[in-house]
Design a protein around this ligand. Structure first.
Ligand SMILES: Cc1cc2nc3c(=O)[nH]c(=O)nc-3n(C[C@H](O)[C@H](O)[C@H](O)COP(=O)(O)OP(=O)(O)OC[C@H]3O[C@@H](n4cnc5c(N)ncnc54)[C@H](O)[C@@H]3O)c2cc1C
Length: 400
């Protein structure tokens, strides 16, 4: 298993628990990463339940979202409390602690080994078959199956020659962090909601993180936007986007309160094929997602459920034929949900871009927010509900 993100940790846990020998190799010395999300949707909770975590352990920082708000030119266009559909409320979780919990449970199995802080440098081949990996410390590991959970820029995907079918370019996001001690008024005003702000041709999202009371801010941008600003210029640009109490507080913030930006290049796509002989792609490596409405963590966990259901019987029974049959089955079961999620995210991104770029539309909506609210809310809710629930995961016949 290469990569200790959500897909690698969850798949390792399920395989090791079922008595399959697993070695998890992670390049970074720690489990935390600024490039990893923290919003759990009902689809993610469903996966966690099937992982044996019906409730989030207390050791995992967690904060239920109170609701969603959209401000257009400073006017409240939409406000919906969580949960907006069946299942639990969208919950922000501490990513590092969640992964640590999965690995603690995996470590209870004598079948689980972990190599943390060692980079996988390449694939070992036995003829046309992939038979293991080489490591940066000079070591190498033989394996019946290499599962590449190495994230959106997957080096192993390239080495295994599994190209992505790329989606048209969408929004990129610049991530900022606002320091807890400087944003008390903004945090109180947010009241635990996820806020989307559109105004003056720009847009951003703002929410409180799971732990530390910091605020995370995602600035929507397109290739070619002027992003080379000082912290002071950023605060002014943010303030200009929202004519509301928020703009006053943003202008009063010391520039030291704004950390970032962290640019995450967003290449959205779906691998045309997820497997080779002896090799499987999972998580962002197989389907790099847009950050819109926080799906990646949830989809990665759901990949793990399906992968383990197919891999455990194949690996237990041994024999290459079983494994050869299991790999395309995993891809077949996961593709429809991923295609659908990517289509919904693209639609959400287009709506955001329309509102961001069309000043006349924002002015019309802002002039009569109460008139448009019911229709906008209905359209928004229908898309959000599909995004948060996912498609039925199903189960392999004979697997509970
Ligand atoms: C800023 C940001 C915010 C996000 N917010 C959300 C959110 O709120 N909710 C949500 O659901 N999703 C969110 N996402 C998406 C989510 O984080 C990812 O979709 C999810 O983490 C994918 O999990 P993964 O296990 O496939 O890959 P990753 O989490 O990317 O993990 C890959 C791991 O592989 C390791 N690795 C890479 N190469 C090697 C190598 N050669 N050898 C060994 N190890 C290697 C990396 O160090 C990393 O730990 C966000 C993404 C970003 C960038």
């Amino acid at each position: 298993m290469v990569g200790a993100g959500p897909s690698g940790c969850a798949t390792s846990l399920l395989l090791a628990r079922a008595g399959i020998e697993v070695t998890l190799v992670e390049a970074e010395p720690r489990l935390s990463s600024p490039f990893r999300g923290e919003a759990l949707m009902p689809s993610g909770f469903e996966a966690l339940e099937r992982l044996g975590l019906p409730c989030l352990p207390a050791a995992v920082p967690q904060r239920k979202l109170k609701g969603w708000r959209v401000l257009v030119e400073g006017h409240l266009l939409l406000e919906e409390p969580e949960p907006i559909g069946p299942g639990p409320a969208c919950t922000l979780v501490g990513q590092e602690e969640l992964l640590a919990t999965l690995l603690e449970q995996a470590s209870e199995s004598p079948c689980f080994k972990r190599r943390q802080g060692v980079r996988v440098t390449g694939l070992r081949r036995q003829g046309s078959r992939i038979g293991g990996v080489t490591l940066a410390d000079g070591d190498s590991l033989a394996a019946d199956l290499v599962v590449a959970c190495d994230g959106r820029a997957s080096m192993l995907r390239r080495q295994a020659e599994l190209p992505l079918r790329l989606a048209p370019p969408q929004h990129e996001v610049l991530w900022f962090l606002l320091a807890a001690e400087a944003v008390v008024e903004i945090r109180d005003w947010l009241g635990g909601t996820f806020l989307t702000v559109l105004g003056a041709g720009n847009g951003f999202a703002l929410f409180e993180t799971a732990a530390n009371h910091n605020l995370r801010l995602g600035w929507l941008c397109r290739p070619g936007d002027d992003l080379d600003l000082t912290p002071g210029e950023w605060l002014e640009r943010l303030a200009q986007t929202c004519e509301s109490p928020l703009s006053t507080w943003l202008r009063q913030l010391p520039t030291s309160a704004l950390q970032g930006p962290l640019r995450v290049p967003i290449q959205v796509g779906l691998a045309k094929r997820w497997h080779q002989d002896g090799f499987l792609l999972l998580g962002d490596g197989a389907h790099p997602l847009s950050p819109v409405r926080a799906q990646g963590l949830n989809m990665a966990l759901r990949d793990a459920i399906v992968a383990a259901e197919e891999l455990v019987p194949a690996l237990r029974q041994g024999g290459e034929a079983k494994l050869v049959a299991a790999l395309p089955e995993i891809e077949r079961r996961r593709q429809p949900e991923l295609r659908r999620i990517q289509a919904l995210q693209a639609a959400e991104s287009s709506s955001g871009e329309l509102l961001r770029s069309q000043g006349w539309l924002r002015q019309v909506l802002a002039a009569q927010p109460t008139l448009f609210r019911p229709l906008i809310t209905q359209i928004w809710l229908s898309r959000q509900r599909q995004l948060r629930q996912g498609l039925p995961l199903g189960s392999r016949p004979g697997v509970p």
